[in-house]
Design a protein around this ligand. Structure first.
Ligand code: DGL
Length: 292
C-alpha cells in the first residue's frame, strides 16, 4: 500500500468470551494506532467443553463475521478455537489468520532451560495435542506434560480471583506436575492470565525451591508480537501515529450475548471507557453469515 498512513483497516480479534480481550489489550499496547474489532461468542461459551464440530461451526461463523467487518488480519485469541478450527478455516477467507497456540509455544521454548514444559488448558485444547505438536516443532527434544483444567474458566468468570476455593482447585490440578521437574508452564487458555498470580502462588507453595521458580508464559504478548511482525511484513501497519492528525486506535466490541456480570471483567482488561459492547446475533448457513 502506498498511502504513507499505511492501512487503516482494523485488526479482528475473536474469542469464545471476553478472555480474548487480554490478547486485544496486548495488541493495543504494542500497536497503539490500530483499531480493533472484537467478537466474543458469549452465547456459546465455554467452547472448551463443546464437541469439536460445534467449536468448528461457531468459529467459522465468527471468522466470517469479522471478515465481513473489513478486517485486514484476524487473531483467533481462543486456544480452543485455534486448536480445533483454525487450520480448517484458513483457506476459506482471504485475510491472514493468527492463532494463539504457536506464539504460546514460542514463548515457552524461549524461556525453558531444561526443556520440560507443562501446559494447562481446556479439555478440547489439551485433547487436540496442539500445544505439544507446536512445541515439538520448535524444540523436538522437549518433553510436554499437559493437564486439562476445565473448572478454571467458571471460577474466573465468577470473579473468584484470589479466592481460597480457587487455590484448592489449582492445587488439585497442579499436583500432576509433581516430580515432573517442569521449569515452564504455559497458560493455554485466554482466561488464565487473569489468575496468573494465583497459579504462581500455588506453584510456589507446591513445588517452591530456593534455587528455581517455574516460569509462567501466556500467548498474549507473543501473539501481539506475531501480529505486528505479520502486518509489517505485508505492509499493512496503520501508520497514522506519524501523521499530524494522529489518533489512538479504537475498540469496537461485539458480543453474541451479554449480561452485566461480564462488565467488571471486561472493564478490568480494556479499561472502562473502552468497554462498550454491542450485541450481535450470528447465523452461519452454507458459507454465508448473516447477523443482526
Ligand atoms: N477462550 C477459551 C480458550 O482459550 C476458554 C473459554 C472457553 O472454554 O470457551 O480456550
Amino acid at each position: 500500500m502506498n498511502d504513507p498512513r499505511g492501512d487503516p483497516r482494523p485488526i479482528g480479534v475473536f474469542d469464545s468470551g471476553i478472555g480474548g480481550l487480554t490478547v486485544a489489550a496486548s495488541i493495543r499496547e504494542l500497536l497503539p494506532a490500530e483499531d480493533i474489532v472484537y467478537l466474543g461468542d458469549l452465547l456459546h461459551l465455554p467452547y472448551g467443553s463443546k464437541s469439536s464440530s460445534a467449536v468448528l461451526e461457531f468459529t467459522r461463523a465468527a471468522v466470517h463475521f469479522l471478515v465481513g467487518e473489513g478486517v485486514k488480519l484476524l487473531v483467533i485469541a481462543c486456544n480452543t478455537a485455534t486448536s480445533i478450527a483454525m487450520r480448517k478455516i484458513e483457506g476459506e477467507v482471504d485475510v491472514p489468520l493468527i492463532g494463539v497456540v504457536r506464539p504460546g509455544a514460542h514463548a515457552a521454548c524461549g524461556v525453558t532451560e531444561n526443556r520440560r514444559i507443562g501446559v494447562i488448558g481446556t479439555a478440547r485444547t489439551v485433547e487436540s495435542g496442539a500445544y505439544e505438536t507446536a512445541i515439538r516443532e520448535i524444540a523436538p527434544d522437549a518433553s510436554v506434560l499437559q493437564k486439562s483444567t476445565p473448572l478454571l474458566v467458571p471460577f474466573i468468570e465468577e470473579g473468584w480471583i484470589g479466592h481460597p476455593a480457587l487455590a484448592m482447585v489449582l492445587d488439585e490440578y497442579l499436583h500432576c506436575f509433581e516430580g515432573a521437574d517442569i521449569d515452564t508452564l504455559v497458560l493455554g487458555c485466554t482466561h488464565y492470565p487473569l489468575i496468573r498470580e494465583d497459579i504462581s502462588e500455588r506453584l510456589r507453595s507446591l513445588y517452591g525451591r530456593d534455587d528455581r521458580e517455574v516460569k509462567i508464559v501466556d500467548s498474549a504478548r507473543t501473539t501481539a508480537e506475531s501480529t505486528k511482525a505479520l502486518l509489517a511484513a505485508k505492509g499493512l501497519l496503520n501508520r497514522n501515529f506519524s501523521t499530524p492528525r494522529a489518533r489512538a486506535g479504537t475498540y469496537r466490541i461485539h458480543l453474541t450475548d451479554y449480561t452485566d456480570s461480564f462488565r467488571d471483567i471486561g472493564e478490568l482488561i480494556v479499561g472502562r471507557s473502552n468497554f462498550d459492547p454491542r450485541v450481535v446475533s450470528l447465523n452461519y448457513d452454507s458459507g454465508r453469515v448473516s447477523y443482526t
